[in-house]
Design a protein around this ligand. Structure first.
Ligand SMILES: Cc1ncc(COP(=O)(O)O)c(C=O)c1O
Length: 404
């Protein structure tokens, strides 16, 4: 189990007051807070090592390159991949778009099908909508029940697709999708599958080899790392065949006036000076999580989730969305309260130092399909406690009284 009291001491921001109250940070689905170990790794890099990577033979450049490539090895190990299968991007959105612009652009033809689901974040929905339109392909969308699951009758949409892109864990419903089964279905039908792991890698043990997905995208800032750094995993044999994404320095090994020879993966996809400090910060975040153990992170969040479901169910008029079995979901809880809009609720809670999210959470098609208004969302991480949930429930009851 996690020692939350000890963990909280590593997060300087948790000491601050918001509107005169202790901060209760429950917006981890949007971004997580950063431990001092990550903050120090970034400032230490700038204070002692800063130089461009892969470009110089001087000491600082060699140190910088070593630190950058060591972060790649850490990230690879964390999800059970090989270092050359890890491409650094600026966030998950860029990682997902990279596949649309490279693999998608090269392999999707008129009449092909791209499959996704209704529970996608806009970052894993819009690229496919645009690509399908551009190529004259069909966008096939797997529906979800109000319980938050993709019914088995929808799975056949994967069989008909050349490319499937699907979220591992929904940022609204918390649903953990059976992506290993989806990968098997895609491969049986000679399709390729991309998984959006933005909400799974920070919260669950993830093994890309076991899932057998072809590509897997996630984002550093939701897993204790800094902003501006994301990850795309791709199977080596696919990456080698794919055309580059952006053109520029370091993605070529030979540049002549009449043509260029591309570098090998992953460098072929990392044109220009990368986010060295961000990558090194992400490496420190991975160290922090690996040290806690992802099984323990999951167990902690599951305990908070069960507690929160039990508490919030007691609030009259409050409807929770997503799977009723906590085992089937991550620590994300979206809900609405009859007669109290999610925006009003989050503003009232802010007065008491609570940070919760309200709106469509960049998943408007899902809200439309479920016929629900913009929702309130709380999302947990390693530093949240049962006491915070108890306080949240009493503040929600107060907010209801204020608005009635
Ligand atoms: C499921 C999911 N996919 C993709 C993203 C996009 O992440 P980023 O904004 O870091 O690109 C998010 C962010 O909220 C998300 O929750």
């Amino acid at each position: 189990m996690l020692n939350t009291e000890q963990i909280r001491k590593d997060f300087p921001i948790l000491q601050r007051k918001v509107n005169g109250h202790s901060l209760t940070y429950l917006d981890n689905g949007a971004t997580s807070q950063k431990p001092i170990q990550v903050i120090n790794a970034i400032s230490g890099y700038y204070s002692s090592h800063n130089a461009n990577v892969h470009r110089g033979v001087h000491t600082l450049s060699a140190e910088s390159t070593e630190m950058y490539e060591s972060a790649r090895k850490k990230v690879a190990k964390f999800i059970n991949a090989e270092p050359e299968e890890i491409i650094f991007t600026k966030n998950a959105s860029e990682a997902l778009n990279l596949i649309a612009y490279t693999y998608g652009d090269a392999s999707i033809s008129p009449g092909d099908t791209i499959t996704t689901s209704i529970m996608e974040h806009h970052s894993d929905f819009i690229p496919w909508q645009v690509l399908a339109k551009k190529k004259g392909a069909t966008l096939s969308i797997m529906n979800a029940t109000r319980e938050g699951a993709i019914p088995e009758s929808e799975y056949s949409k994967i069989g008909g697709a050349k490319l499937t892109s699907i979220v591992h864990a929904s940022n609204v419903l918390g649903t953990i999708n059976p992506v290993k089964e989806f990968a098997k279905l895609a491969h049986e039908n000679e399709g390729v599958i991309l998984v959006d792991g933005s909400q799974s890698v920070p919260h669950l043990p993830v093994d890309v080899k076991d899932l057998d997905c072809d590509f897997f995208a996630f984002t550093g800032h939701k897993m204790l790392g800094p902003t501006g750094i994301g990850v795309l995993y791709g199977k080596k044999e696919l990456l080698e065949k794919m055309p580059p994404f952006l053109y520029g320095g370091e993605m070529v090994v030979d540049a002549k006036v009449d043509g260029c020879k591309w570098n090998n993966a992953p460098h072929k996809f990392e044109a220009g000076t990368p986010n060295m400090a961000g990558t090194i910060g992400l490496g420190a975040a991975v160290d922090y999580l690996a040290n806690l153990g992802m099984e323990n992170v999951r167990a902690h969040e599951l305990e908070l989730l069960c507690h929160a479901i039990d508490s919030l169910r007691q609030v009259e008029g409050l409807e929770i969305y997503g799977p009723s079995n906590p085992q089937d979901r991550t620590g994300v809880l979206s809900f609405n309260i009859e007669g109290l809009s999610s925006i009003d609720l989050s503003s009232l809670l802010d007065e008491y130092g609570f940070a919760i999210r309200s709106g469509f959470h960049c998943a408007q098609p899902l809200h439309d399909a479920l016929g629900i208004s913009p929702s309130a969302r709380i999302s947990f991480y390693i530093y949240n406690t049962k006491e915070e949930i108890a306080l949240l429930k009493s503040r929600i009851e107060e907010a209801k009284k204020v608005m009635s």
